[in-house]
Design a protein around this ligand. Structure first.
Ligand code: HEC
Length: 412
């Protein structure tokens, strides 16, 4: 007997006992009402019409989205299915997608905040108007935090209210000493056209981001981010148009640490802004590197390029030239700004160098390339490029992030 008769003999998996738990575990974070995916996969009625598409997507490994070349167990947030899960979905779809006896969902999703009820919610003080069509410059709003003392934050979540229009949103913290965007008014929307980085320094920090498909920031016990007293939050939002005009007032929710943490999570961008990608270049390499001047650990990495981004690798080169590959994304995809979080934070001894290697495809072989004849430089819009890897570092609390950047004085 071959093929078909065997498949009939084997019991076909059923939706409720076999398939639903997989969807709950691996798919519903996006495939449920109000989330990033176009259709919900919460009930049999919703999933049945997509049985074939589900089979194809998991066999082709296009769902769930994941772009790192890595063994399972390297990244804590690796969503990939096991071979057994793939086989269950496949046999279910090929066996006529039977329902089985209905059961209640095992996984209850809370509406709204995924970090639990925030202690503090800070909202864009003005709503942005998103037009029906065209390119929208990055919108910024500076919102005073109102915090009169240093605040340690254990969980953060950025929530757009018009998800269909928010491509991504980044919230920065600007401490009182920072001069970044000081000339701009508070509580007003503005675009910064090429000046968005003017005065930006290591004082300023990305405190949280909303990226399609990304999870909210929830730190382990004893770990937190710092919002210094008197800081402003700067919302930077990239809106995309989709034929329907809308308004948006993105918010950030904060859950405060109950006790003073022992580890500070500090985000920095390792970036190279000085590059020129020639027309038609199929694999233009841009490198950025950064030496850490105090021992630290890498908690998470998030590559960021635009439509010509092809691949990214991040290596750690220790002072004795030992190399470790921290992240390898052979097929970068602009539409998925994923964060890669190692199961165990990666230690970087003092003097280690992080090397970010970004490769761009400006040829016509890149189907997303808006213009292979363009000479491409750094810029905010998707037709311009960026070569950035956002890195979350862990630092023991008395140590200031300045120590990461500042070379120790000679003789010390
Ligand atoms: C991180 C968010 C996310 C997760 C997790 C996710 N999806 Fe998706 N899925 C999307 C989005 C967004 C789209 C539409 C955009 C696209 O097609 O790339 C999509 C599209 C699809 C499609 C239709 C497109 C196609 O490939 O034909 C299928 C089928 C699908 N997902 C199945 C799944 C299944 C099954 C899982 C779990 C095993 C899953 N997805 C997990 C976000 C997600």
């Amino acid at each position: 007997m071959r093929g078909r008769p065997l498949a009939i003999l084997a019991a076909v998996p059923l939706f409720y006992p076999d398939v639903l738990p997989i969807l709950e575990r691996r798919c519903q974070s996006c495939h449920r009402a109000g989330e990033a995916a176009p259709m919900a996969l919460e009930t049999y009625e919703q999933a049945r019409p997509y049985a074939r598409a589900i089979r194809d997507a998991v066999l082709r490994h296009t769902m769930p989205p994941w772009f790192a070349r890595s063994e399972p167990g390297v990244f804590a947030n690796d969503p990939r299915l096991t071979a057994a899960e793939i086989s269950t979905l496949r046999q279910w779809a090929e066996g006529g997608a039977p329902a089985g006896r209905p059961t209640a969902p095992r996984r209850q999703w809370t509406e709204g905040w995924r970090i639990g009820t925030p202690d503090v919610v800070i909202e864009m003080s003005k709503a942005a108007q998103v037009p029906a069509e065209g390119e929208v410059e990055y919108q910024h709003v500076i919102v005073p935090s109102g915090f009169t003392e240093d605040m340690w934050v254990a969980a953060l979540e950025v929530r757009p209210d018009s998800r269909a229009h928010v491509h991504h949103a980044v919230v920065f913290v600007r401490p009182p000493k920072s001069v970044w965007l000081r000339a701009k008014p508070v509580d007003e929307l503005f675009t910064a056209k090429g000046q968005a980085l003017e005065g930006l320094s290591t004082l300023d920090e990305v405190i949280a981001a909303y990226l399609p498909g990304a999870e909210p920031h929830v730190f382990p016990p004893g770990h937190a981010k710092l919002i210094p007293a008197g800081s402003d939050l700067i919302f930077q939002i990239h809106y995309t148009t989709n034929g329907k005009a809308s308004t948006d007032r993105t918010r950030i929710g904060l859950v405060m640490a109950k006790e003073k943490p022992s580890v500070r999570v500090y985000s920095a961008a390792i970036a190279q802004g000085n590059f020129t990608i020639p027309p038609n270049a199929a694999a233009h390499r841009v490198e950025a590197s950064f030496t850490v001047h105090t021992a630290t650990e890498v908690y998470a990495l998030a590559p960021h390029m635009h439509l010509r981004g092809k691949s990214m690798r991040v290596r750690a080169v220790d002072a004795d030239e030992t190399e470790r590959l921290l992240l390898d994304v052979p097929r970068y995809d602009f539409y998925w700004q994923l964060v890669y979080r190692p199961v165990k934070p990666v230690p970087l001894p003092r003097g280690s160098r992080l090397v970010v290697e970004a490769v761009f495809d400006n040829s016509s072989a890149n189907p997303r390339n808006p213009d292979p004849l363009a000479t491409v430089r750094w810029g905010e819009q998707s037709r311009e490029e960026m070569a950035v890897c956002f890195i979350d570092f862990l630092l023991p609390v008395p140590i200031s992030p300045n120590e990461l950047f500042r070379a120790p004085r000679l003789g010390r």
